[in-house]
Write a protein that binds this ligand. Structure first.
Ligand code: 5GP
Length: 238
């Protein structure tokens, strides 16, 4: 497999074509951004930590029967993935109230959500990733109803697998965002799963161990990501 030209540079990852039209290389960079790109900083080791973290999680999800775009990790900061047609809809599950939900509804941060909630957002930085619903997604052609049903089902399957994994590591999976695409007509999990796109709290102290440390300027961002990884059995390269 040969890495060819850059196809696209996102806020934290760059995507490259390969000599196989069905495969892409994801390069995880140290760049970190929040608030739709308004806050930006390069954090040493972030590319490596998120690449290794994501590979570990994607493999666990595949083992649990969840189809993902992940093929294999190529290097400390690169992974090989299937080339999909991306669906511009972000799926968010929340087990505990935090972030946008607290801001929008004024509910208490930390309250357990029973049953967990499911929300859809349009992937569009310029518009600030606005909240949408199934009807809007269908009308504007962002996703078909049967695709949304599958995405919802898979997003909750991920919750089942990862809640258990993080609980065993003494952490709470507060919420997370997933993105999906279509490969050979099938809905497949794409993008990445790392502490950049989820909230994780220490189960005892409720200390934040995720990207909120960056958003809120708490420091120790990558140290916290590595601690999360170590607690679920990841050995990060030096
Ligand atoms: P909230 O709606 O509370 O801002 O986000 C809910 C969850 O989804 C959080 O775990 C957050 O990290 C994740 N999330 C939502 N939108 C984005 C996004 O555009 N980028 C990233 N990295 N994570 C997101």
């Amino acid at each position: 497999m040969e890495k060819r030209q850059e196809l696209y540079a996102g806020k934290a990852k760059s995507v490259y074509t390969t000599d196989d039209p069905d495969l892409l290389v994801l390069q995880f960079r140290d760049d970190t951004s929040a608030f739709d790109g308004k806050k930006k900083e390069a954090l040493a080791r972030k590319g490596l930590v998120n690449n290794v973290f994501n590979a570990f999680i994607m493999e666990r999800l595949e083992d649990a029967g969840i189809p993902t775009h992940f093929e294999k990790r190529l290097s400390s900061t690169e992974s090989l993935v299937k080339k999909m047609e991306m669906i511009p809809v972000e799926c968010v599950v929340r087990n505990i109230a935090a972030g946008g939900l607290v801001k929008r509804l004024g509910v208490e941060e930390g309250m357990t959500l029973t049953p967990p909630t499911f929300e859809l957002f349009l992937k569009n930085d310029e518009k600030g990733d606005p909240m949408i619903n199934e009807s809007l997604a269908e009308t504007f052609g962002w996703a078909k109803p049967e695709q949304l049903a599958k995405m919802k089902d898979l997003t909750f399957k991920v919750n089942h697998v990862l809640k258990q994994l993080f609980t065993e590591g003494g952490m709470l999976l507060v919420d997370y965002k997933l993105e999906f695409g279509i490969f050979n007509g099938q809905i497949v999990l794409g993008d990445e799963f790392s502490p950049d796109g989820c909230r994780l709290w220490d189960a005892n102290t409720r200390e934040k161990m995720d990207k909120d440390r960056f958003r809120q300027g708490l420091g120790g961002v990558i140290e916290a990501y590595e601690e999360v990884g170590r607690r679920i059995g990841i050995n990060f390269p030096a």
